[in-house]
Design a binder for this molecule. Structure first.
Ligand SMILES: Nc1ncnc2c1ncn2[C@@H]1O[C@H](COP(=O)(O)OP(=O)(O)OP(=O)(O)O)[C@@H](O)[C@H]1O
Ligand SMILES: [Mg+2]
Length: 227
């Protein structure tokens, strides 16, 4: 299996503070990979390094194929409509690539909102726009920084189903960052646990879900979404 994302010995510092300390990980073609870790572990920094928003002090980031991301905080163009926000996600694909019809088929809840100002949507609605916008770029790999943040469990389930389907039908690879570790480990095939800027554990998601250290640190307080 060749990798769509390969990170090797990546170190990132913010004015002295080390956010990532020699992190190596990969996402295979069409693979679903979870990245879990406590607040401040360095997850968002890794996402930013993948898209070049932060510079590595050392190490390499190799992205083969198209990468799209759903950034933490969504980053809508609040004054533009939902439809315009979606279209911006497809700007690289020419006129046809800006056709948003497929996204409304995929995320039908967005249809009635298409003319609304994105800034006036709820958090969950904005998250759907952010995912739709990322998919407009027809990515080979989708990086999602906090899928369920602020979303009702039912909406999260819908989104997870969509991700499963995109994975199955188009071979979409996903790097999923998710506070709900149980959800992430259920969806994904493989996972990495990031602790204070280092990969503390990695392996098949099913094995990590059974690991006592993971259970104690990340699964304890969570209620299973699909018990
Ligand atoms: N712009 C910045 N300037 C200085 N330090 C930063 C900056 N962004 C992040 N950090 C620090 O880098 C470390 C990693 O932050 P990061 O946002 O990557 O964590 P995270 O795992 O995404 O956390 P969370 O789960 O809270 O989103 C933290 O200690 C954070 O305080
Ligand atoms: Mg973060």
């Amino acid at each position: 299996m060749s990798a769509v994302v390969e990170v090797s010995e990546l170190t990132v510092r913010y004015s002295g503070a080390t956010a990532l300390d020699g992190v190596s990980l990969f996402v295979g073609e069409g693979e679903l990979v979870a990245l879990i870790g406590a607040n401040g572990a360095g997850k968002s920094t890794l996402v930013k390094a993948l898209s070049g928003l932060v510079r590595a002090e050392s190490g390499t980031v190799d992205v083969r194929g198209r990468l799209a991301q759903v950034p933490e905080g969504r980053e809508m163009f609040g004054d533009l409509t939902v439809d315009d926000n979606l279209r911006l996600g497809g700007w690289r694909n020419g006129r046809k690539g800006r056709d948003t019809g497929a996204i409304y088929e995929l995320l039908p809840d967005l249809g009635p909102l298409r003319g609304r100002r994105a800034g006036a949507l709820s958090g969950g609605q904005q998250q759907m726009v952010a995912i739709g916008r990322a998919l407009m770029g027809r990515p080979d790999v989708l990086v999602i920084d906090e899928l369920s943040l602020g979303l009702a469990p039912l909406i999260v389930e819908v989104l997870v189903e969509h991700l499963r389907e995109l994975h199955a039908s188009r071979g979409l690879a996903v790097l999923l960052i998710e506070q709900n570790a149980r959800l992430a480990l259920e969806l994904c095939e493989r996972a990495y646990v990031l602790e204070a800027g280092r990969v503390a554990l990695s392996g098949p998601a099913s094995e990590l879900a059974r690991d006592s250290r993971v259970a104690a640190a990340y699964l304890g307080g969570h209620v299973a979404v699909n018990p």
